[in-house]
Design a protein around this ligand. Structure first.
Ligand code: IMP
Length: 419
């Protein structure tokens, strides 16, 4: 068996919202295929093209390159309703978009359960996007879920849904969520089938064939490493494996199929939702980052929590994902800061830690301070950057022990410096 051609991968190294969409879009012209492997429409990739903002939630970012084929892998949880809405932004996608027949469907009741559960958690709420991601993955793991391909056999799906609601009646009652009317749900399902049937495919076979033919494939991660269900800040995480390893199960690839891993990190940190965030700044500096960086969620519009760059967390993420090169995003947001801090270690129970412990509760950041710069505007090469900005990038590179290959200095495609 030959594994000569490999799929490259883009993965977020923080808590999501690192700016992966811009890099995927930038690289998409090099790739014949762009493939999503986990998550769902909780993701929000914003791409700015010629000043126009395009928000993608489910459709891979390669959709903006007319030559790229876009695949939604089996590991993604797909809301047919939202997918259809998103597809309306584009002209005919047939032949350019394929949805795994094995991807699980988020049906309307999943979002309702998500929100009901959050309400019940009270002050311990995760701060989910309310999109039904967790309840859909829960059903998948509990072997209660419905795969996209089940849309194609309406009668069987009807019977299975009836049985599902009968089995889960008590649960729905406990959550205060109404069991949907079967006739309304089936009408909705018929509409999903009508629109989506031409796109439903065995995407694992498509990807294998593409690799065999030597095509260039990019695997597009959603969310970020610290939100990974196994390696993130559990339970304040999403319900999928966001790390590079998730692409194997989420597409049907072997570890040997993975080629270059590109990690995306913002020049500072943000997080949406609850959970530990060691470098969070709940002061004017955090507010400055939020405003300069337009740190409001693409999916929910929520204000993001902001803080300094956490080199310990990003180093951990680089190791977990086997990152070959990092793209450092939004460096321009740090323009005009007199001093910039970097978290270089954690302190817990009086002890210094240079790694991410299994529980991050109760840790405090240990900072190093650097001088800031005025503005990055107009820089085309690394050498054009102000000396202090160069020093900052080089220091981060040292701390995360991984090459920083690209530096982004504005949302525009062209404002990207390659080193
Ligand atoms: P869920 O994925 O909606 O269940 O949300 C779980 C956690 O992941 C919450 O803290 C969300 O804010 C966070 N989250 C989910 N998707 C994204 C994303 O695309 N970017 C940033 N955070 C996300």
């Amino acid at each position: 068996m030959s594994f000569e051609k490999k799929a490259d991968l883009i993965v977020g190294l923080q808590w999501g919202d690192e700016g992966k969409g811009k890099i995927v879009d930038l690289l998409a012209s090099k790739y014949d295929y762009v493939v999503r492997y986990q998550g769902g429409h909780n993701a929000g990739h914003t791409i700015v093209l010629d000043g126009k903002k395009i928000a993608l939630h489910l459709i891979p970012s390669g959709v903006l390159n007319p030559k790229a084929i876009n695949i939604i892998g089996n590991g993604v949880v797909v809301s047919p309703f939202h997918l259809i809405e998103e597809m309306k932004q584009f002209e005919n996608l047939e032949g350019r978009l394929f949805i795994s027949d094995r991807a699980h469907m988020i049906l309307p009741y999943h979002a309702e359960i998500d929100m009901a559960k959050e309400k019940m958690r009270g002050s311990n709420a995760i701060g989910t996007t309310g999109r039904g991601i967790g309840p859909c993955y829960t059903d998948k793991v509990a072997r209660n879920g419905f795969m996209i391909m089940e849309l194609l056999d309406e009668n069987t799906l009807f019977k299975k849904l009836e049985a599902y609601f009968a089995d889960n009646k008590k649960l729905f009652e406990a959550y205060g969520v109404e069991i949907p009317s079967m006739s309304e749900l089936m009408n909705e399902i018929r509409r999903y089938k009508e629109v989506l049937a031409p796109y439903i495919s065995n995407t694992t076979q498509i990807v294998w064939k593409a690799l065999r033919e030597g095509k260039n494939i990019l695997l597009e991660g959603a969310q970020g490493t610290l939100l990974d269900i196994d390696h993130g800040t559990y339970p304040y995480v999403t319900s999928s494996n966001t790390i590079a390893a998730g692409s194997c199960s989420g597409v049907g690839l072997s570890p040997k199929d993975i080629g270059k891993v590109i990690g995306i990190a913002k020049a500072y940190s943000t997080r949406v939702g609850n959970g530990v965030f060691p470098t969070e700044l709940e002061d004017a500096t955090g507010e400055k980052l939020r405003v300069s960086g337009a740190e409001f969620g693409t999916t929910t519009g929520r204000a993001r929590r902001c803080g300094w760059f956490d080199a310990v967390a990003v180093r951990y993420a680089c190791r977990l994902n086997g990152v070959d090169a990092v793209s450092l995003m939004k460096l321009d947001v740090l323009d005009g800061f007199e001093k910039i801090k970097i978290c270089i270690a954690y302190k817990k129970d009086g002890q210094m830690l240079d790694y991410v412990p299994s529980s991050m509760d109760g840790i405090t950041p240990v900072y190093e301070e650097m001088d800031g710069w005025e503005s990055l505007k107009g820089a085309k090469t690394f050498a054009d950057l102000p000396a202090n900005a160069q020093k900052y990038v080089l220091r981060l590179e040292e701390l995360i022990d991984t090459k920083i290959e690209m530096v982004s200095i504005s949302p525009e495609r062209n404002d990207t410096i390659f080193r």
